[in-house]
Design a protein around this ligand. Structure first.
Ligand code: NAD
Length: 497
């Protein structure tokens, strides 16, 4: 398989430049190098920003129904190319074909949301706010927007951002994870095919120096970020210090409480998906299961049974597997070192994913499903985001103790309860200190119409990604007060008052 040298996509076409540094792009199922992503420097970033800035006035002046029409065509093209896109996601990320289809589907739902721009951008109006004066609120684009995205959803996370930003009349520069650049570049081609004017959407490849040049560029107005917490905080602090509007979503460690009255089979099914789906590389991954009261033994037995039956292997082959590889060798080694650490810390290794033999003997970046029992809150495996297929099980006496423990987490994306008791579910939903709650739902990731409401160290900013909050982030309000005195004001007489 040949290795492709990739280019940026600026002004509606691929742009060649000579980079001095590259990030390798792998097919994680085979450990094969498939492409090289160049690291754009400040000069390349400025080139893209100037193109986006030049395209801004015409695009911002384009009637919103015409902007929405481009999004309708884009959604249609994504449907037409659905299978090809899913295969591309699988190839560069390693998730299973079904998971890749989910990545695209959730992304298309964001484009469908962007098609509602004419309704969602409507302002407010009130006549006669003072004598002879009418008032209205309008929503205006903020300018050149930037999206910086992680590796774990090559399609969905970029699509969380740019369709809404563009439908709002902004121009956009996407800086995707250099580990998964192929899908974003294909999305850019499809947007051009959908009729988007050149320069409205651009893709700039690179790593830290590219991000820094975008964060500090005086012509960038807003930055959307999704990635790990340390970087999210840095992006928020640096971006706002440079006068930009920033929304920055970070990492997580999501708790799943299992009450003694839960349907254990259904809960096990949900927990398996939450812990091991996408090989545990999800910010909404359920990484800690808290067995409350007598739930521990029946739960552990079922989890172990299901985990040992999972088929792990390459996702680009013909045979169906339940779980694919992790993104690269560094991620695999980091996850394996966390499993070693858990053993050292004294947790009981119930299911060991080390030394897994993947199906068809593929030499990719594999870690098998791993379950620790008897995990104590102070252990590092209980506190850190491992971002791999490692599930920690804790045991607690009652609901209050379990909620109090979950609320110790520095993060705040999601928390889940499995129970048949409405009162327990209500108490949990009210008091869990995080932004997305699942009741008998393992991964409470909201649909496009709702905001993705991370709390605490899982989000920095005010307006979240998705839903109407996304439209608010990519626009600012303008209040217009008008006085138009009429030379012949019939006043109340025409109403017969
Ligand atoms: P990451 O933070 O390493 O990288 C994210 C982006 O930031 C990439 O584009 C990368 O090039 C850039 N970047 C990385 N380090 C940087 C630095 N020092 N300076 C400037 N830019 C830098 O994250 P990742 O490993 O690609 O993705 C996994 C993380 O993303 C996990 O922590 C996961 O929880 C999180 N995530 C969060 C959400 C959410 O909605 N909260 C969604 C998906 C993923």
């Amino acid at each position: 398989m040949s290795t492709i040298s990739l280019n940026n996509y600026v002004g509606g076409e691929l742009t060649m430049f000579s980079a001095s540094q590259f990030t390798p792009v792998y097919n994680p199922s085979r450990g094969e190098l498939i492409a090289q992503a160049p690291d754009s420097d400040a000069h390349e970033v400025d080139r893209a920003v100037q193109v986006a800035k030049k395209a801004l006035p015409d695009w911002a002046d384009t009637p919103v129904v015409e902007r929405a029409r481009v999004m309708f065509r884009f959604a249609h093209l994504l449907e037409e190319n659905f299978e090809e896109l899913a295969r591309l996601v699988t190839r560069e990320h390693g998730k299973t074909h079904e998971e890749a289809k989910g990545d695209i589907r959730r992304g298309i739902e964001m484009v469908e949301l962007a098609c509602h721009a004419p309704t969602l951008l409507m302002g407010q109006a009130l006549d006669q706010v003072a004598r002879g004066i009418d008032g209205r609120v309008e929503r205006h684009p903020v300018g050149v927007c930037v999206g910086i995205t992680p590796f774990n959803f090559p399609a969905m996370v970029p699509l969380w951002m740019f369709p809404v930003a563009i439908a709002c009349g902004n121009t956009f520069i996407l800086k995707p994870s250099p580990k998964v650049p192929l899908t974003p570049l294909r999305l850019a081609e499809l947007l051009t095919e959908a009729g988007l004017p050149k320069g409205v959407f651009n893709v700039v490849l690179g790593g830290n120096q590219t991000v820094d040049a975008l964060l500090t560029h005086p012509d960038v107005a807003a930055i959307s970020f999704v990635g790990s917490t340390t970087v999210a905080k840095y992006i928020y602090e640096t971006g706002t210090a440079h006068g930009k509007r920033v929304q920055a979503a970070g990492g997580a460690k999501n708790y799943m409480l299992v009450m003694p009255d839960a349907d254990f089979d259904a809960a096990t099914n949900q927990i398996m998906g939450a812990a091991f789906g996408c090989s545990g590389q999800r910010c909404m991954a359920g990484s800690i299961a808290v067995a409350v009261g007598k739930a521990g033994d029946p739960l552990l037995e079922r989890l172990h049974d299901s985990a040992t039956k999972m088929k792990v292997g390459p996702t680009d082959g013909n045979s169906a597997v339940d779980m694919g590889p992790v993104i690269d060798a560094a991620a695999r080694d980091r996850i394996l070192s966390y499993i070693d650490l858990g053993v050292k810390e004294g947790a009981k290794l119930n299911t060991d994913g080390r030394g897994i033999q993947p199906t068809d003997g593929a030499e990719g970046f594999f870690v098998g499903p791993t379950i620790f029992d008897q995990v104590a809150p102070q252990m590092q495996i209980a506190r850190d985001e491992i971002f791999g297929p490692v599930l920690s099980v804790m045991r607690m006496e009652d609901l209050s103790e379990a909620i109090a423990q979950a609320n110790q987490s520095q993060y705040g994306n999601g928390a889940v309860i499995f129970t048949r008791d409405g009162g327990a579910a209500r108490t949990f939903a009210r008091y869990a200190n995080c932004g997305m709650i699942g009741v008998n739902v393992g991964v409470p990731a909201p649909m496009a119409i709702f905001p993705f409401t991370g709390w605490n160290q899982s989000f920095f900013g005010d307006l979240h990604i998705q839903g109407t909050e996304g439209f608010h982030f990519y626009t600012h309000n303008k209040v217009v007060l008008s006085r138009w005195p009429s030379p012949e004001d019939p006043g109340k007489r025409v109403l017969g008052w």
